[in-house]
Design a protein around this ligand. Structure first.
Ligand SMILES: NC(=O)c1ccc[n+]([C@@H]2O[C@H](COP(=O)([O-])OP(=O)(O)OC[C@H]3O[C@@H](n4cnc5c(N)ncnc54)[C@H](OP(=O)(O)O)[C@@H]3O)[C@@H](O)[C@H]2O)c1
Length: 282
């Protein structure tokens, strides 16, 4: 069985394909629609977008044109980080559904606990308001599972203490050398599936010497090692690619890493110099 049809089971019983196709920095238009269509034709069944990416329209068109039964596909989108009121969130969920052209989304996440402009200031009250809108949309059948993204331990605790539904997913920055062990363990210990965004460190990981040596030993590419690493940590990778060769290669993960290789990959230096990592160990 291809890794693309293997699934994790979320805490509400919904199954989620173990590898998702990332679409950040893919603009609305034909290029993105073609990349998603290519991914679906190559067997991907899980696509990750966000209201903030501005490409829900292209993702939705590719999904609807694929000819694949809707129940076989898993579509995630996200509530923009600055939307922190219940009414604002309800309106934005409707917008996402309209842009995607779908009756329901499989997963909807609060994109971040803080507005992007103030990444160190979580809005606890706003997150609870947004969460209640997600809970309501879930109850109404508009979203099959609800979750969070970029939430550190105190942000998760806020939802656990005051929300009615335990988040099904926390999607966080995660790659070899940057695995946020405190946030990852906390989320997993509380029943959330952790999703790895930027599993290739947005490309920064691919020239690292150690990962290249491990890839060479298995006859695969550094990207495949980085994606396989996530799966072996029970973390769900969301690799993004536009070239067909990359989209295809990223789904060929039929090899195993040894405990020594996993340790070496965990110990890599951080290779994503371009990004602020926020206060991700809070
Ligand atoms: N929740 C959040 O706040 C958040 C934030 C960031 C990202 N995300 C999600 O996570 C997804 C992935 O993260 P990301 O976009 O930062 O990037 P990534 O998946 O870590 O890396 C993508 C880069 O790696 C290249 N690449 C992909 N496969 C390759 C291969 N087999 N060999 C060599 N190069 C390869 C891509 O090139 P080509 O495109 O040229 O093929 C692209 O430049 C996003 O698209 C998004 O869905 C979520």
């Amino acid at each position: 069985m291809s890794i693309l049809t293997e699934t994790f089971t979320l805490n509400n019983g919904v199954t989620i394909p173990k590898v998702g196709f990332g679409t950040w920095q893919m603009p609305e238009g034909a290029e993105t629609q073609e990349a998603v269509a290519k991914a679906l034709s190559l067997g991907y069944r899980h696509v990750d977008t966000a209201h903030a990416y501005g490409n829900e329209g292209s993702v939705g068109r590719a999904v609807r044109a694929s000819g694949i039964d809707r129940e076989e596909l898993f579509v995630t989108s996200k509530l923009p980080a600055q939307v922190k009121t219940r009414d604002g969130a309800t309106k934005t969920i409707e917008e996402s559904l309209r842009s995607l052209g779908l009756d329901y989304m499989d997963l909807y996440l609060i994109h971040a606990p803080w507005p992007w402009a103030t990444p160190d200031q979580s809005d606890d009250e706003g997150n609870l308001q947004a969460w209640s809108a997600l809970e309501e949309a879930h109850a109404a059948g508009q979203i099959r599972a609800i979750g969070i993204s970029n939430f550190a331990v105190p942000d998760m605790q806020n939802i656990l203490d005051h929300g009615d539904i335990i988040p099904a997913v926390n999607q966080i920055l995660y790659y070899c050398g940057f695995t946020q062990p405190i946030n990852t363990s906390f989320a997993q210990d509380h029943g959330m599936v952790v999703e790895a965004y930027s599993p290739l460190a947005t490309g920064g990981l691919l020239t690292d010497r150690t990962i290249n040596e491990i890839a060479h030993a298995h006859g695969v590419t550094p990207a495949q090692v980085a994606i396989r690493f996530c799966i072996e940590q029970y973390v769900l990778p969301l690799p993004k690619a536009t070239s067909e060769a990359h989209i295809s290669a990223n789904a060929q993960l039929d090899f195993s890493l040894s405990p020594e290789e996993i340790s070496a990959l965990e110990a890599l230096p951080d290779s994503n110099f371009a990004r602020s990592h926020f206060d991700s160990q809070r």
